[in-house]
Design a protein around this ligand. Structure first.
Ligand code: PHB
Length: 455
């Protein structure tokens, strides 16, 4: 069981009334945020997989996401680029063309058919790119003109590693256009049928490139003070929630993760300031997703992950502080296993936990947790290849003739029994609200066009 830290007791927040009346929350107990009723809290984290040939989701994506869907389960898509110049991985998807929206629609339909709930993660990689991915081979854009250095390398289209290209700092006059790309992409996500979007504000990509003073060296109103560095993130959030509704809008942040040089001299002050501003947005957000220090960067091996324990402890304290500060549903991610996830949920440090690596190699991860069976180890070498099957949809579900006899977690308000070896127990399928845009795909180009979602 996790213990309280020096920031004091954690609030009894974010729990369903049923939770509060009955037993402590568990990763396999229900949770409600916005209008979504989850049957459990084991979330598919956004995982970049490079299978979207020509940046378009494929039939393989339909299978991948469908395999990981449980009734009332919550999934976050891999990051989808909001524009062509937001791409920085080979065969990573976008959500800026009609063809991409159609590809995503098939994914979303398959997830909904199984009773799942799915948000689309939206990103612009900013300087985490190469001219080879950019329209007309131009320089990637960022908050800065400093390249990512210090040993970081980019995955090139041919599978080799290259150097990140030197970016061009965005002119102040160009920023509204980028904000509008996020707005448009959110709208496209609604047209594809997604239940909401998560803005990727973490891990050294464009939003984080504005947030962190280890990268952002601007002297205009988007750089310098914390307030100025948070301006871009907040503008994106306001635009997106205005477009699709705050209850369908979420953000992922990683104030303490220095991926691709995303360092900050005062991550506590930065994280706190930003989360306080999130609380003041015109409409409450669906949730806040924070990456914990166990996050492993691309290309790193587990044995390289060791970090001074007290360093990690300091960072965990910041995560707890953000949890205490944010007035809404809170998701944690970053190297959790079943036990640490159970402890985090039981102690109130998070309402939901997202799993990347474990969910990649265990499509039936929530069920495996329920059955308390061994997990399949992931094969890191296939994470970023573009094979449509290998390392993608070929990880097996757990099967055993004896599986119905395994002990299961059974709080009174959750899974009561494993009634069938092949079905997920006790689904509490969400009543999925339907987005009903009044306009067509193409009419969404105006920054001020707005279609309110069905509430
Ligand atoms: C991310 O989407 O945050 C991400 C993607 C690929 C990586 C690391 C992080 O290697």
């Amino acid at each position: 069981m996790a213990t309280e830290d020096s920031f004091g007791p954690l609030p009894n927040r974010g729990k369903t009334p049923t939770d509060q009346e009955n037993s402590p929350p568990h990763i396999l107990s229900p949770f409600k945020f916005a209008s979504f009723e989850l049957s459990h809290r084991v979330v598919l984290a956004p995982v970049t997989r490079c299978r979207a040939l020509d940046h378009v989701p494929q039939p393989a994506h339909v299978k991948f996401y469908s395999q990981r869907t449980t009734p009332g389960g919550f999934l976050i898509s891999e990051a989808a680029a909001v524009a062509k110049d937001g791409i920085g991985f080979p065969n990573s998807p976008g959500i800026f063309s009609a063809e991409q929206v159609e590809g995503w629609r098939k994914v979303v339909d398959a997830v909904h058919e199984k009773g799942g709930i799915i948000f689309c993660q939206l990103w612009h990689v900013g300087r985490a790119s190469h001219t080879v991915y950019q329209p007309e081979g131009k320089a990637p854009v960022s908050s800065t003109d400093k390249a990512i250095v210090d040993g970081w390398s980019i995955l090139m289209p041919d599978g080799t590693r290259g150097e990140y290209s030197k970016p061009r700092a965005l002119e102040i006059s160009e920023i509204p256009g980028i904000v509008n790309q996020f707005r448009q992409a959110a709208r496209n996500a609604m047209l594809a049928g997604f239940d909401g979007v998560e803005i990727h504000g973490a891990h050294g990509y464009l939003v984080d490139q504005f947030l962190k003073n280890g990268i952002n060296d601007r002297t205009d109103e988007y750089g310098g003070s914390i307030e100025n560095r948070c301006r871009f993130a907040l503008e994106v959030l306001r635009a997106v929630s205005e477009e699709i509704g705050g209850s369908r809008t979420a953000i992922r942040l990683s104030p303490i993760i220095d991926h691709m040089g995303a360092t900050d001299t005062n991550p506590v002050a930065l994280g706190l300031y930003l989360v306080q501003r999130l609380n003041e947005l015109p409409e409450p957000l669906a949730y806040l997703h924070i990456t914990e220090p166990r996050f492993t960067r691309e290309g790193l091996k587990e044995e390289d992950e060791a970090e001074e324990e007290d360093e990690k402890m300091k960072k965990r304290k910041l995560c707890s502080l953000l949890r205490q500060t944010f007035k809404g549903a809170f998701m944690s991610s970053g190297g959790f296993n079943k036990d640490t996830a159970i402890a985090a949920i039981a102690s109130g440090k998070a309402d939901m936990i997202s799993f990347g690596r474990l969910f990649i190699s265990n499509p039936d991860l929530p069920r495996r947790f329920a059955l308390q069976v061994k997990l399949t180890k992931y094969d890191r070498s296939t994470f970023y290849c573009s094979d449509q099957v290998k390392g993608y949809t070929d990880y097996p579900n757990f099967t055993s003739p004896r599986q119905a006899q395994f002990p299961v977690f059974s709080p009174s308000n959750s899974f009561n029994s494993v009634s069938s070896p092949t079905s997920f127990p006790n689904p509490r399928q969400a009543q999925l609200p339907v987005f009903s845009p009044s306009n067509s795909f193409n009419s969404a180009s105006s920054p001020t066009s707005s279609s309110a979602p069905a509430k």
